[in-house]
Design a protein around this ligand. Structure first.
Ligand code: CTP
Ligand code: MG
Length: 246
């Protein structure tokens, strides 16, 4: 599953049902470089010719209809949490247990096909799946009431990104079980870990940011701009070993 053709076996879920509380608006529809964030994300994903893309939107949302690329997606109604939104999409998908499902946040428009390909290649033989992540470079403090309680050892700490991809049977069981137990599932991997399984980590790139606050809008615009200048084999292709932006 290392070529673009291999993506034909992958179903993609794009959770886009969030309220954007920290941004103050549904950020997936905010323009960055003249296109809604969701459009950038769908464009990146549609470069891969996957089996299907399921776009998860909030129950009251009609704005997705204005975003080019939505016509090619199956639309599913989201839930109150990201976990419930993904679970709804998994219930909608009619797949075999061994089939691959990839989940990618609508709010991560700067992902490159090249890093998605590296993830796909790395999990190929796995019965579970894995995720993109980057090592923590900052010093991490535990803080209470404006006072430092502890400094964590950042050795071995990584920041989880998306895409995350798992076998359908594994992810479906994991999400149903974790949500039933009221476990906080802020990503798919945490639900899979809750099942006692071990996701594979593939080092991603730092520009695959999740647009969360106003400041991220300018950053995403700049990263997308930079990526236009890249050679096609930097945006596509497994040969990209360069890990700048660290
Ligand atoms: N998401 C979703 N369903 C939810 C909550 C989030 O599909 N109930 C999606 C968001 O639309 C986003 C991704 O999950 O693409 C990551 O979530 P996040 O960055 O937290 O977005 P929001 O929940 O919209 O933002 P906030 O937490 O600030 O409200
Ligand atoms: Mg959220």
């Amino acid at each position: 599953m290392t070529s673009h053709d291999g993506f034909g076996q992958v179903s993609v879920i794009v959770p886009a049902a969030g309220a954007g509380t920290r941004m103050g608006t549904k950020k997936q529809y905010l323009p960055v470089n003249n296109k809604p964030i969701l459009q950038h994300t769908l464009e990146r994903l549609s470069e891969m010719q996957v089996r299907q893309i399921v776009l998860v939107v909030a129950p009251d949302d009609q704005d997705f209809r204005k975003v080019p690329g939505h016509e090619a997606c199956e639309i599913v109604t989201g839930g109150d949490t990201r976990g419930e939104s993904v679970r709804n999409a998994l219930r909608h998908l009619k797949l075999e247990d061994a089939d691959w499902v990839m989940v990618h946040d609508a709010a991560r428009p700067c992902v490159r096909v090249a890093e998605i390909e590296r993830l796909v290649a790395a999990v190929d033989d796995s019965e579970v799946g894995g995720l993109l992540a980057v090592p923590v470079i900052d010093t991490i403090k535990r803080v209470q009431e404006s006072k430092v309680i502890a400094t964590l050892d950042r050795q071995g700490l990584w920041l989880a990104q998306t895409p995350q991809m798992f076998r359908y049977g594994v992810l479906r069981r994991a999400m149903e079980k974790a949500l039933a137990a009221d476990i906080a599932v802020t990503d798919e991997a945490s639900a899979v870990e809750y099942l006692g399984l071990v996701p594979i980590v593939v080092e991603g790139r730092r520009d695959n940011i999740k647009v969360t606050t106003r400041a991220d809008l300018a950053l995403a615009a700049w990263y997308l701009e930079q990526q236009i200048g890249e050679q096609p084999d930097q945006v596509h292709g497994l040969q990209n070993k360069q890990q700048d932006q660290r």
